[in-house]
Design a protein around this ligand. Sequence first.
Ligand code: NAD
Ligand code: UDP
Ligand code: UDP
Length: 312
Amino acid sequence: MRILITGGAGFLGSHLCERLLGDGHEVLCADNFFTGRKSNIRHLMNNPDFELLRHDVTEPLSVEVDQIYNLACPASPVHYQHDPIHTMKTSVLGAMNMLGLAKRLGAQIFQASTSEVYGDPEVHPQPESYWGKVNPVGIRSCYDEGKRCAETLFFDYHRQHDISIKVARIFNTYGPRMNPDDGRVVSNFIVQALQGQDITVYGEGQQTRSFCYVDDLIDGFVCLMNSGSDVTGPVNLGNPGEFTVRELAEHVIDLTGSPSKLVFKPLPEDDPRQRKPNISKAKSLLNWQPEIKLDEGLKRTIAYYEKLLTAA
Ligand code: NAD
Ligand code: UDP
Ligand code: UDP
């Protein structure tokens, strides 16, 4: 198949490009390089089945493909809050353009949605049936509401134009190729630990997250995209292992043997207090569940950053 991946030069996108090429497909990667990097996909550039297109999804795109994975959107709070209007445009206009493309081609389309649609959840763990508690006017809203609106567009195109859609709600995922200055918690803590800098815990570090290793998540993407035609999602994809941010910091210090100390910084506005996916739907519909435990995934990620920081 010929497959379009928007945001293909980013963290998740580059792993997906690699996976789909390995499965024997042709991959067209479209990215505006806002948070993505050429170094993430440089090793794919000589593959004749790989093509790179500099493109912003807020603009229309005319290509011929069989499947579309729509991943374009900055995912780290630091980056999505940098130009919140463009973040909203990326989610909403990007979804509309990719759905228009899917409609013209009769192509199947996957949306990288997020656990942020649940906001600061009152239901724990979060099942897909929970509608969420999201602030519509806060500093995280450009991302949360943008992704919620994109989900609405996906389901309306499905109902109105019979487009085949696959909507994944992704929970915090980590692994090699996260931008070292991305600002997300796993990359921050590992880079700080390896450089012997203070580990910046926001608030008291009692908020929880559930961390999924990238290889597990990418398997989930491919399972969902190739699931039966009756499966539209939304489907939660993530690892239900739940840790406080402070526990994460302590794991990173243990695994790196770093002398770094924890320092406590102000908690950002609207920072969700807890996050844990209910993955019953993914298990029953896709026969998917994550296999890689936090310590194993952290070891692999630490090895990546050790190499990266030594080379720099
Ligand atoms: P990332 O920032 O590494 O990748 C996003 C990619 O999209 C980058 O390559 C960036 O340059 C590109 N991009 C941004 N705006 C664009 C635009 N307007 N046009 C074209 N390209 C654009 O982040 P990631 O972690 O790889 O996230 C990928 C997708 O998965 C995002 O949609 C994100 O919201 C979603 N997601 C990720 C996580 C996670 O934990 N990693 C969790 C939930 C959802
Ligand atoms: N679109 C695109 N590529 C295509 C077909 C459509 O980028 O191959 C864009 C188109 O420019 C429009 C959006 O997708 O802005 C939605 O298309 P649709 O046909 O649903 O709506 P309409 O064009 O009727 O507004
Ligand atoms: N966080 C932290 N220190 C950091 C970066 C993040 O304590 O250096 C916290 C952040 O406040 C949040 C959690 O870690 O509670 C996860 O943050 P991230 O930005 O990775 O993802 P999100 O908040 O979008 O889940």
